[in-house]
Design a protein around this ligand. Structure first.
Ligand code: NAD
Ligand code: UDX
Length: 464
């Protein structure tokens, strides 16, 4: 198959940035150019100090430092990069639609279509187009239709290569993936393109871990994988509520079922709910697709995963309000963590946003500390909900740069993210400075419950 020497990736976000950095690191003979319309983002990727790159991921600064300027480049010159590449990854955002048909459910494919049209306009040589973004099944058909109607004789092959990295462990996941999935056309040209991409990954991924399928299976497998993972979280969260009513302990239940090799131990941590840019968006999309084929039961089945997650987030806020004698008005509630999981600065769909919003509706004063999320981001997340005016949000929320000040004088602490540092705090000191009785609501089962009870805290842990 054709040897690839130049790759372009459109979209320098949480997926495009780390993924291409690792390809460049592992394939020093391939020139990799990551392009984006967002000048500030590209400037940050080019910051001489790789600790200032826009995506916080353990291990990523080192990878960027190794490859950047050698065979890894970040640029806003989209046309130029498209023109010279033999293989183009599309890694732009595919958010839930906020308007029109499918509003609140379907994936918004306008950025994908814009990329396809731009590629069609700029290309003068044959290219392999790789869908890296998560897309509804059969999107490749639309991309193909746009690319094949340019009339300039340029040949395009479309591949689907969904990304399975999880944030916070992106580099580990990219260095040693469980599998790489590549979907392509069964035609001779399709298989040749597919093999060209297999060869890229084979530079560091064992061949038996590189799965190949047809385009539609690959597209649908990505939505399916996220639906299954999210379903496990909603399942364990559903049972966490039953535990609280029966004296069973969700950690013990999780351990008991997780040792069954058919179930497996991972992804069974009860929590304040799943967040992140993917799970909700992809399940809503799956539900929308099933409904569009008239498959009502299939749609309802998967929609329940979201309904359960919304319930779990709301239930946590209600628990705080109820426990604080049914009123939090004027009380200080300290949030430890704002990111949707540890080891990332990403806050998209973070449960903290929704729990904070509920508490603000009750006129609580919410103080927030997160080791990696900025004040601007936290306020932006709340303002984006449009629940109240921006000035009201700024009045009710205070952001701190350390946990001890954040918790000073608080009536309650709500642990929203499982950052490791929360485990090693001086909890005696935090207790001393709080309003009594001092409550801790552990939404992640992260702190030592027994120790906190001994200190004098009133502790609520999900599922206990
Ligand atoms: P992101 O929002 O972080 O990055 C997308 C980038 O694309 C943005 O910087 C945006 O400016 C840029 N962009 C949009 N349109 C463009 C255009 N026409 N030309 C140039 N640049 C353009 O998104 P992300 O989290 O990296 O996700 C990208 C895709 O990967 C989505 O489809 C998502 O579902 C999928 N995905 C995400 C994850 C994850 O963990 N975040 C994991 C697997 C798959
Ligand atoms: C997910 C998929 O795991 C990944 O394969 C895909 O490429 C993108 O979407 P991500 O959203 O980055 O990755 O993180 P993930 O580790 O899956 O966590 C998602 C959410 O579920 C987080 O809010 C996390 O805290 C929560 N979660 C996860 C739980 O509440 N309990 C668990 O046991 C596992």
């Amino acid at each position: 198959s054709k040897k690839i020497t130049k790759i372009c990736c459109i979209g320098a976000g949480y997926v495009g940035g780390p993924t291409m950095s690792v390809i460049a690191q592992k394939c020093p003979n391939i020139k990799v150019t990551v392009v984006d319309l967002n000048q500030a983002r590209i400037d940050a990727w080019n910051d001489p100090d790789t600790n200032n790159i826009p995506v916080y991921e353990p291990g990523l600064p080192e990878v960027v430092a190794e490859a950047r300027g050698r065979n890894l480049f970040f640029s806003t010159k989209v046309d130029e990069a498209i023109a010279e590449a033999e293989m183009i990854f599309i890694s732009v955002n595919t958010p839930t639609k906020t308007y029109g048909t499918g509003k609140g459910m379907a994936a918004d494919l306008k950025y994908i279509e814009l990329c396809a049209r731009q590629i069609a306009r700029v290309s003068t040589t044959d290219k392999i187009i790789v869908e890296k973004s998560t897309l509804p099944v059969r999107t490749a058909e639309a991309v193909k239709s746009i690319l094949q109607n340019t009339g300039n004789g340029v040949q395009f092959q479309i591949l689907s290569n969904p990304e399975f990295l999880a944030e916070g462990t992106a580099i580990e996941d990219l260095h040693a993936p469980d599998r790489i999935l590549i979907g392509g056309d069964p035609t001779e040209e399709g298989q040749e393109a597919l093999n060209a991409l297999v060869d890229v990954y084979a530079n560091w991924v064992p061949r038996e871990r590189i799965l190949t399928t047809n385009l539609w299976s690959s597209e649908l497998s990505k939505l399916t994988a996220n639906a299954f993972l999210a379903q496990r979280v909603s399942s364990i969260n559903a049972l966490s509520e039953l535990c609280e009513h029966t004296g069973a302990d969700i950690s013990e239940v999780a351990r008991s079922i997780g040792t069954d090799s058919r179930i497996g131990p991972k992804f069974l941590n009860a929590s304040v709910g799943f967040g992140g840019s993917c799970f909700q968006k992809d399940i809503l999309n799956l539900v929308y697709i099933a409904r569009s084929y008239g498959l009502q039961q299939v749609a309802d089945y998967w929609e329940q995963v979201i309904i359960m997650n919304d319930h779990q987030k709301r239930r946590f806020g209600n628990k705080i309000i109820k426990t604080l004698y049914n009123t939090v008005s004027g009380k200080k509630i300290a949030f430890l963590g704002w990111a949707f999981k540890k080891d990332t600065n990403d806050t998209r769909e973070s449960p903290a946003i929704f729990v904070a919003d509920d508490l603000l509706n009750e006129e609580a004063n919410v103080s927030v500390y997160d080791p990696k999320v900025s004040e601007k981001q936290i306020l932006g997340d709340l303002n984006y909900l449009h629940t109240r005016t921006e000035s009201k949000n700024s009045e009710l929320i205070t952001i701190f740069d350390n946990a001890y000040d954040c918790c000073k004088g608080a009536h309650a602490i709500a642990i929203m993210t499982e950052w490791d540092e929360f485990k090693t705090y001086d909890w005696e000191k935090i207790y001393t400075n709080m309003t009594k009785p001092a409550f801790v609501f552990d939404g992640r089962n992260v702190v030592d419950r027994k120790k906190l009870l001994e200190i004098g805290f009133k502790v609520y842990t999900i599922g206990k």
